[in-house]
Ligand binder design. Structure first.
Ligand code: MN
Ligand code: MN
Length: 366
């Protein structure tokens, strides 16, 4: 039995949870090593305090699941089976009654919940998500190695994207070129939809790339991430296309100082709030407080957003092995949008930025 399952079972015993029934691709992968997107089909991992866990997958995936290294039981079901009959049988072989079951309340849909209510009519349902988030928050060496590789590919994507900037090209043309370059390097998946935003468009923190053309004097914002071995990276860089004005420079310089101050403040023992507030103070002192409307950063790993969450009120204490983003931004409508984002690993005595593309203002001239 792997270490992660053992930790989950310890938590189940402490909380008198007889079965933990997990259905999200991310948590199933974390505990089994098998990743699949089952679409509407049921993917499930059932874990018990002592009895053998089972992984339930569509029968066409049994072979892949076995090859992933999962050594415990795998149950396949076909498209004409009722998977819940099979789940019921597999659980009844292991337990006579269930009084407390843990499920992913945020992930599970009502249809599946009703199936489980049928199965365990006397059970109380508790959330498994918080425990899984805490387990996943501290990365092991293999996870860190994957994130480092994903971060290096993200650096490459920014470098390539910046080299593609040309007057009159659209945001989508630049986006397409950089994703094509990544695919040529064997990258199959981005962490989320890539953003290339130019000029006033960059002033929307969650803007959508389109057919706006790059013009001299624009700040161009790239926000992207690459998935390597199921682990995500996430980088933002804002570069100048041609010469920019003093106001744009001031905004850029403020974001950069905030980003560097937060990175410097990151180490074991400080809280998430300490780090957020370090950056927030730099931006507020420069008079841009109202233009930094989001948290400083988020954990990342199998999911693009996970624990720790770097907000100004989170008392969570930083520990070695945590990986998260530091991504302050200033968005002044119709003037400029600047964000600078690194992926950061808490080390024994401080923090290391895993994304390494230069952060001093890059002025692209083509
Ligand atoms: Mn991010
Ligand atoms: Mn990002």
């Amino acid at each position: 039995m792997n270490q992660r399952l053992k930790m989950l079972q310890t938590w189940m015993r402490e909380n008198e949870i007889e079965v933990c029934f997990l259905t999200s691709s991310e948590n199933v992968f974390y505990l089994t090593g098998y990743f699949t997107d089952p679409h509407e089909r049921l993917l499930a991992l059932a874990v018990f305090q002592e009895k053998e866990p089972f992984l339930m997958v569509p029968s066409m995936e049994v072979h892949d699941a076995r090859n992933s290294g999962w050594e415990q039981e795998i149950i396949g079901y076909s498209d004409i089976d009722n998977p819940w009959d099979i789940v019921a049988k597999a659980i009844q072989q292991r337990l006579s009654a269930v009084s407390k079951a843990a499920i992913e309340k945020e992930h599970m849909n009502v249809e599946r919940y009703e199936q489980l209510l049928n199965l365990f009519p006397k059970a109380a349902f508790v959330s498994a998500e918080e425990k899984l988030r805490l387990l996943r928050m501290i990365k092991d060496e293999k996870e860190i190695a994957a994130i480092k590789e994903a971060a290096a590919m993200a650096d490459y994507a920014i470098e390539f994207g910046a080299s593609e900037l040309k007057e009159g090209k659209t945001e989508l043309e630049v986006l397409n070129a950089l994703e094509y370059a990544l695919k040529q390097k064997g990258i199959t998946e981005m962490s989320f939809s890539t953003m290339v935003l130019t000029g006033a468009n960059a002033a929307s923190p969650h803007g959508n790339p389109g057919t706006t053309r790059i013009q001299k004097g624009d700040l161009v914002l790239f926000d992207l991430g690459v998935v390597v071995d199921r682990y995500c990276s996430d980088i933002t860089r804002t570069v100048a296309f041609g010469d920019i004005n003093d106001k744009q420079k001031e905004i850029y310089d403020t974001v950069l100082r905030a980003q560097l101050a937060a990175l410097e403040a990151s180490k074991p023992g400080v809280t998430a709030a300490d780090i957020d507030l370090t950056a927030r103070k730099v931006i507020a002192d420069a008079g841009y407080g109202e233009y930094f409307p989001h948290r400083l950063g988020h954990g990342l790993g199998i999911s693009i957003h996970e624990y720790p969450s770097l907000t100004e009120t989170n008392p969570l204490v930083m520990e070695t092995g945590m990986v998260f983003t530091i991504e302050p931004g200033i968005y002044v409508p119709n003037v400029a949008g600047v964000r600078i984002e690194d992926d950061v690993l808490i080390t024994a005595d401080g923090a290391a930025a895993l994304t390494k593309y230069p952060k001093e203002l890059q002025i692209i001239k083509h």
